[in-house]
Design a protein around this ligand. Sequence first.
Ligand code: GLU
Length: 547
Amino acid sequence: MDYTRLAELLFPDIDCDIDFYENKYPKRELPEGARVTRLGPSPTGFIHLGNLYGALVDERLAHQSGGVFFLRIEDTDNKREVEGAVDIIINSLKYFNVHFDEGATVDGEKGIYGPYRQRQRREIYRCFAKHLTKKGLCYPCFCSEEENEKRRNAQEAIKANPGYYGEWATCRNLSFEEVERRVNNGESYVMRFRAPENSERIIEVEDEIRGTLKMPENEMNFVVLKSDGIPTYHFAHLVDDYLMGTTHVVRGEEWLATLPYHHQLFEAFGFKIPVYCHTAVLMKIDAETQVKRKLSKRKDPEFSLDFYKSEGYLPEAVWEYLLTVLNSNFEEWRRDNPEADVHDFKFTTQKMSVSGALFDTDKLSDVSKNYIAHLDGEVVYKHLTEWAKECDEEYYHLLTKNPEFTLNMINIGRGGEKPRKDIASWRQSKEFYSFMFPETFKMEDSFPESVSEEDRCAILTRYIENYDHSQVKDDWFPALRAMGEEMGYAPKPQLYKKNPEMYKGHVGDIGAVIRVALTGRMNAPDIWEVQQVLGEDETLRRIKAAL
Ligand code: GLU
């Protein structure tokens, strides 16, 4: 077969070879060791945690090495495309402070390696396919859907591997005349890769997370161009990552199965294969079954990135959390460097899990609480009110009615060696802070049962009588202790434990009675601090109301 003739028949409009594009897109000039990574989302309108997780790896690898991170829109699957999806991708990632150096933008693109939207690269893919056709490594396949279905059924009946290969690859050896006749007839066809037959070769591919991968060479005659001339993922990956100078391909482990296709394509062209980083799938423990499973768009609201915005998780906290999932040594680093900028952490693919990364909302909460606990009160005020303005109007009014009060409230337990860790998300803070606002205060817990009703009234009455709002914090507790002692309560819990028959209880019980009266809860921040923020009138009003 004269492959050049075949190539001209199939691609008469393509009048350049691949060197035209190689010259158009020169090799990147970057410092030694710099990595070029890309995010290649499909514009389905749904952007999820898996995308962010991959983006974080891409972003760190590129920016830690002085390299480039770009955005390529992988829109080869027309059916799944949703209008406005590119805006959603860019804006959602921007919310998480993921910035691209290059690539698709909301209203166009930036960079010299474009177009960065795959559908606009049709001519380039066709040129590369023509090149492959000339080498005899690519051929047209006219099989219809019915024929493909028939083949699948026949393969199933004799338990043969499904797919287009070997004797099943019926279009593989069509004569030039046959192809010409069918093309001139206007028959629709796809272009397939001519894979070797009966290969016993084992190929090796470098994966930075998984080490050297060894797998049998591919024998499938997979599709490179669909009937409309749009490439499959495999072919677009080859062409784009080659021309755009990607050095590291970070993608989900679902692509491991077709990695031999990609290896074969890079080899067919004689291109250097990129380093792969196949990330583990995000899993969670199912709340009902307690079984580990993949995060699902349908079942798990936390899979969608919108969730974090609407719940009011700080993007920086989500970022910190993802780092704990991604790098097993991040938490230790954070413990040693509580105030350091997260970008000072040296991210590495060596510390990534290969066996399924476990996503855990409780852990996210902990990381987020810790993050917010270390923020300045003013910063919390700003973020919290910004969020409430957009997502919860009622709460917004409550928070901004008296900004000084709100700021003081936020500052309770903040600062110092051991800041309180109460708030995981802005939405959750509404529930937490409800005790502070007269409008939302309610008695949530009952008084401790260890104190009799009679004593409880006596404690509260005496507390009101002796209340001195100007008392400093250091004097407040000793005064409470003294009051308790007069009433027969041990000044220290240990004393009571040693001689329970000598006391009615201990100072902790006295504190608990006042705490419940003041906050409606058994668990609440420091009583003295809460009193100072609430003010004398509200403090006394609450204690009296509890009587
Ligand atoms: N469009 C592909 C996906 O969404 C990208 C995979 C890759 O990064 O190579 O899975």
